[in-house]
Unconditional design. Structure first.
Ligand code: HEM
Length: 452
């Protein structure tokens, strides 16, 4: 569906919920359920509505066409919310995700070759080793909190691929670097949600712990960078080497820039991938027939480096129902117009990715888990471009290829080795918004398959 508007509207003409004096709609926006609240307002007020967040103008868009129009109009028309850049900058992590304008354009061009298919092939042995560790762990002991288990997996993969550091949280715990990494994401996330940057004036214990963690990671990474610069292999086995190989003689990375990109990859690649994998396993647990189809496919096409159409359809369907980053927060750089609505410079524009993916006008029977709809000849409505879990336009997620390899590796390993089911009387996990959507209390049962 697209919004048909005949004359330019201003943001104030848009429908939206009534709010409180001064605070506007802020008290109606519970941080952990923000995505649900934005969805229910979209149901009530339509695909474009306005909010007042403590005096700040915000519009929320969930129309697939307008979503793409906004995301395409970067870096010129829209940017990520400005607080993201300053927070990442002071952490020394102003990389691909948070850079803007020409700096982003230059960095994107320079960094993209590091994510290419040839390099992913080079990274694959690391994935195989770590997936095998996860299999052995789950054979030894039934997994508890699935999300926590999968975070061990993605931490191990990203630490090895960025830092060249075999942290191995799957088989051991208590590693110093692990403790540092665990600190960074929640504190960064908390800072992004803070209305006032208190830490620039007063440092609480958690802020001092963050500084310490960043200093330790920087020291470790300095060694990795020095080793990679001294002897750059032809085939990179980690992102630092791949980034250095991407330099083209005219443009090159400084050590500071490499640190920022490594930290960006660590931050962008962990929770997103572990949560997406957890939701996928949840859907598998409720659908034994889907597990069987995956088993048959991976018996025929064993390598995750090859196209595995059914497994990829399962991943697409799981991320349609539960995109791990359901809300993409943008800010208008100058006065602009979208869908006939005049948007003043500085307006926050929230692209609601999740809502469009679960509307019957875009996908028939939208709340049913049905991978078949991605395999050609779907029944009824099927609008693939309404489901954009990896974003869209020039800032589309460069880690999609690696994320898909991780998701497919775990799903294939689980289906080969186990029967996976929902626990009897198990409650549906709650989904909480923390920048990524996290399944709280997700427990699944894994039974070793006989004869394997
Ligand atoms: C299932 C897992 C993942 C999901 C759902 C995901 C989703 C996203 C989304 C929605 C964006 C914003 C795109 C936009 O603004 O249009 C993004 C950006 C980004 N992602 Fe991912 N991501 C995942 C995994 C990864 C991994 C594994 C890496 C690194 C290896 C990564 C690195 C990045 C980077 C660097 C950006 C910023 C790109 C830019 O602004 O130019 N992501 N991701």
């Amino acid at each position: 569906m697209s919004v048909s508007i005949t004359r330019p509207l201003s943001v104030d003409d848009l429908p939206g919920p009534g709010g409180w004096p001064v605070l506007g709609n802020l008290p109606q926006m519970p941080p952990a359920a923000l995505h649900r609240r934005f969805d229910s307002w979209a149901d009530e007020f339509g695909p474009v509505y306005r909010l007042n967040v403590a005096g700040k103008r915000v519009i929320v868009v969930s129309d697939p066409e307008l979503n793409k129009e906004i995301l395409r109009n970067r870096p010129g028309g829209f940017r990520r919310q400005s607080s993201i850049e300053s927070i990442m900058d002071e952490m020394g992590s102003n990389g691909l995700f948070s850079l803007e304008g020409e700096s982003w354009r230059r960095r994107r061009k320079l960094a993209m070759p590091a994510f290419n298919a040839a390099h992913l092939r080079g990274f694959h042995p690391t994935l195989e080793t770590i997936t095998e560790r996860l299999r052995r762990r789950w054979e030894r002991q039934a997994p508890g909190d699935i999300r926590a288990e999968l975070t061990r997996y993605t931490v191990d993969v990203t630490a090895k691929l960025t830092f060249d550091y075999d942290i191995n949280t799957i088989e051991q715990s208590g590693d110093v670097i692990q403790r540092h990494l665990e600190l960074i994401f929640p504190i960064m996330n908390r800072r992004l949600g803070m209305p006032f940057p208190y830490w620039r004036y007063v440092k609480l214990p958690q802020d001092r712990a963050l500084d310490k963690a960043l200093a330790a990671l920087r020291e470790d990474l300095t060694g990795v960078i020095a080793r990679a610069r001294a002897a750059l292999p032809e085939r990179p086995t980690n992102f630092i080497e791949a980034l250095l190989l991407a330099q083209d003689g005219q443009e090159s990375f400084t050590d500071e820039e490499l640190f920022a990109e490594a930290l960006t990859i660590l931050i962008a690649g962990q929770d997103t991938t572990s949560n997406a994998t957890a939701w996928l396993l949840y859907h598998l647990a409720g659908n034994p027939d889907v597990q069987q189809r995956i088993r048959e496919e991976v018996a025929e096409i064993p390598s995750v480096l090859d196209r595995q159409p059914y497994l990829e359809a399962v991943a697409a369907e799981s991320m349609r129902l539960q995109p791990t980053t359901p809300l993409l927060a943008m800010e208008a750089i100058g006065d602009t117009e979208i869908g006939g609505i005049q948007i003043p410079a500085g307006t926050w524009v929230i692209v609601n990715v999740q809502h469009a993916g679960v509307q019957a006008r875009n996908f028939s029977d939208p709340l049913t888990f049905d991978p078949e709809r991605w395999l050609g000849n779907p029944h009824g409505n099927h609008r693939p471009d309404a489901s954009i879990p990896f974003g869209s336009g020039p800032r589309f997620c460069p880690g999609r290829g690696l994320a898909m390899l991780e998701i497919k590796s775990v799903a294939a390993m689980v289906c080969r080795t186990f029967d996976i089911s929902l626990p009897a009387n198990g409650e549906k996990p709650r989904d909480q918004f923390h920048f990524a959507v996290i399944p709280i209390g997700m427990r699944l049962e894994l039974q070793r398959r006989s004869g394997d």
